[in-house]
Design a protein around this ligand. Structure first.
Ligand code: KIV
Length: 290
């Protein structure tokens, strides 16, 4: 990362070139078998801490609706919220790859609207955007990629569809739904996405997908065989206890979450331990997987 900072300062490298350099560096790491450690991040202080801790990708997730705003789900997050937090993260971590979520309503209507909103996130400091779903979304991904925007496809449990999915449930448990997720991952990979994120799917399915596509996978509740892992920062710190309206005692921590702060009294060390645990594949363990 230090070399990149020097490079950028010396040559005044523009964002698209830096984007390419960061992506190529990550692709090299993945090819060499190294796991990618990603974390959600919403502000400059944590972004700086995470950059120093060696987190490979910072995700400005629309989970901010839950962990920052106190809502039950991500359905009220707007483009203004996303661009505001993306700018903060960029300020804190100018040399780390930043992925920003496209909030609900910002990419479904048509490809041009999706492009416009994706570009707004890029101009706010993101190197890549992420959006949820397969099927019709494959064409949106292809359109963005063809127009120079790097994309991560989010498959499996898709939080913006929490109501249609009937709650926070594991996806891909039946043969039919597992095949659907695999086919979506293949189609997204063929469309040129840079990553496929798999949330809350059986570990065996995530392994099969990772082995079947050329695109690296990032898992959350998807077992240890993905190319990388992501966790929500507040879950890593063990400080999220549900929406503002609920009592902490009513909150059931998701199986895939691990409190890394419990083993140390330093936030910086907790993040470093997470990075290390992802890299040496000790996280996620069997008890964090489905
Ligand atoms: O918004 C988010 O934090 C996410 C993670 C759950 C992967 O999409």
């Amino acid at each position: 990362m230090i070399e990149l900072r020097k490079l950028k300062a010396a040559a005044n490298i523009s964002t698209p070139i830096l984007n390419k350099i960061l992506l190529q560096k990550l692709q090299k790491l993945i090819k060499s078998g190294e796991k990618i450690a990603m974390l959600t991040c919403y502000d400059a202080t944590f972004a700086k801490l995470m950059e120093l801790a060696g987190v490979d990708i910072l995700l400005v997730g629309d989970s901010l609706g839950m962990v920052l705003q106190g809502a039950e789900n991500t359905l009220n997050v707007s483009m203004h919220h996303m661009t505001y937090h993306t700018k903060m993260v960029k300020n804190g971590a100018p040399n780390t790859l930043i992925m920003a979520d496209m909030p609900i309503g910002s990419y479904e209507q048509d490809n041009e609207a999706a492009y416009k909103n994706a570009l707004w996130l890029i101009k706010s400091g993101a190197h890549m955007v992420k959006f949820e779903g397969g099927g019709k979304r494959v064409e949106t991904a292809r359109y963005l990629v063809e127009n120079g925007i790097s994309v991560c496809a989010h498959l499996g449990f898709t939080p913006q569809s929490v109501n249609q999915l009937g709650g926070y449930k594991i996806q891909g448990k039946t043969e039919e739904s597992a095949e659907q997720i695999l086919n979506d991952a293949i189609a997204m990979s063929d469309a040129g996405v840079s990553f496929v994120l798999l949330e809350m799917v059986p570990a065996v399915l995530a392994k099969k997908i990772t082995e079947s596509i050329k695109t690296p996978t990032i898992g959350i509740g998807a077992g240890v065989d993905c190319s990388g892992q992501v966790l929500v920062l507040q879950d890593l710190l063990g400080i999220y206890t549900g929406s503002a309206s609920k009592k902490p005692s009513e909150f059931k921590c998701p199986r895939f979450a691990k409190n890394f702060l419990r083993e140390t009294n330093s936030v910086q060390q907790a993040v470093e331990n997470y990075v290390l645990a992802v890299k040496n594949a000790s996280f996620p363990a069997f008890e964090h997987s489905y």
